[in-house]
Design a protein around this ligand. Structure first.
Ligand SMILES: [Zn+2]
Length: 392
């Protein structure tokens, strides 16, 4: 798959840096912590209506902040490329937008209002240049992405309602590889409790079922399972794992406590069933509870399932051709280290999805920043991907 150099030149010239940056600033300046994205969705609606795109506002199960959907059709029939972004940001104090020395700062600059502005600019450029030979572009933007405040249900409902293209691009801040595989993720929370009240060690405490020992046993069993999981590997995606990141219990040194908590993650490779993963986890909890005379409750919060797409998939080839045309370099095939809405498009929607966004810094911190050059590059890559992908 190759894109004519003349087409590349025309797209690069058509991307309007000031307009792209203004869009990004206008999105960042509207605070939108997860579950409160209505105002920024209205702002995006206003921006793209002004660009004369057809806009739809499906609720997709979240009437508080209906999603934003826009389309652009070429004349001939062909594939539909979807640009999908989340409008919500993590719950941190709001940082207003600021542009300084070629960089955009502020809440969502990196994750992912900068990327959404780039996808809007890509759609504008395709409309203005008339270079999309066939097919169409579908732009979708939604709330409820960031955990633990959101659960991914807004994008899932959009997928279920049929707002889905033949391939999807997502502008998360991953740009050093072309991800064709990613592990699944569930967040684990375990609570070990015993009956009765907290009591002094010498007033009967020492005779109580020991929740700390039981918790330690759960941790030991998890570590044992993790050693077995380390045998399940993939050359790109790494290994399956069970990781404990937090453990806590007890109030003071000579009191028998009633509660012990631990939390961590379980990651698995494509081809593993989620049901099997959850059963394995629950079996350990039940065995420890029975052996230690305590109650062990476990949460298994599924984030996203694992995925794999064909590295010869037309979407993968189109992104590669677009990236090479825009930068002169090849994008190495790799794995996605995190989970995102792309996993849902692949597993729930049954279409290929590629995460590719700006080289942005500080996601999930107060110091988000992205260079304007990177936003321009992403807009060019998105427009060129559409040209390469939709004609077929
Ligand atoms: Zn994000």
């Amino acid at each position: 798959m190759s894109i004519p150099p003349e087409t590349v030149r025309q797209i690069q010239e058509a991307v309007n840096t000031d307009r792209l940056l203004e869009t990004a600033v206008r999105l960042v300046e509207v605070p939108s912590p997860t579950r409160s994205a209505a105002a920024v969705a209205n702002r995006l609606d206003e921006i793209i209506r002004h660009d004369r795109f057809e806009v739809e506002r499906p609720e997709a199960g979240w009437p508080d902040a209906p999603a934003v959907v826009a389309r652009f059709h070429a004349n001939g029939s062909g594939r539909t490329l979807q640009f999908n972004g989340h409008l919500d940001t993590v719950h941190l104090p709001f940082v207003p937008p600021r542009v300084e020395n070629g960089k955009l700062y502020g809440s969502g600059a990196s994750d992912m209002k900068g990327g959404i502005a780039a996808m809007v600019e890509a759609m504008r450029v395709l409309q203005e240049t008339d270079l999309l030979p066939a097919g169409s572009v579908l732009l979708t933007a939604h709330d409820l992405h960031e955990t633990p405040w959101g659960d991914g249900s807004h994008v899932d409902a959009l997928i279920d309602a049929g707002y889905i293209g033949d391939g999807v691009l997502l502008p998360e801040y991953l740009c050093d590889r072309l991800p064709v595989i990613g592990r699944g993720l569930a967040v684990l929370e375990v609570n070990v409790t015993r009956s009765g009240a907290a009591v002094h060690e010498v007033l009967g405490g020492i005779d109580q079922p020991n929740v700390i020992e039981a918790g330690a046993e759960v941790i030991r069993r998890f570590a044992e399972l993790d050693r077995q999981l380390s045998q399940q590997t993939h050359p790109l995606a790494g290994r399956a794992s069970l990781f404990v990141g937090r453990a806590a219990g007890g109030e003071i040194y000579n009191q028998s406590p009633i509660e012990f908590q631990l939390s961590g993650t379980r990651r698995w490779l494509p081809g593993t069933s989620i049901e099997q993963v959850e059963r394995e986890y629950r079996a350990i909890l039940t065995e420890v509870a029975d052996a230690r005379g305590v109650t062990v409750e476990g949460r298994f919060q599924l984030a996203r399932d694992a995925f794999q797409i064909d590295r010869e998939d037309p979407l993968v080839l189109a992104v590669q051709a677009a990236y090479q045309s825009a930068t002169g370099r090849e994008l190495p095939i790799g794995a996605k280290p995190f989970v995102d809405d792309g996993n849902s498009f692949i597993r729930r929607g049954g279409v290929p999805a590629v995460t590719h966004g700006p080289d942005a810094k500080g996601a999930h911190t107060l110091h988000e920043e992205v260079s304007v050059d990177e936003l321009v590059r992403v807009a060019v890559v998105y427009a060129l991907t559409a040209i390469a992908f939709c004609e077929a």
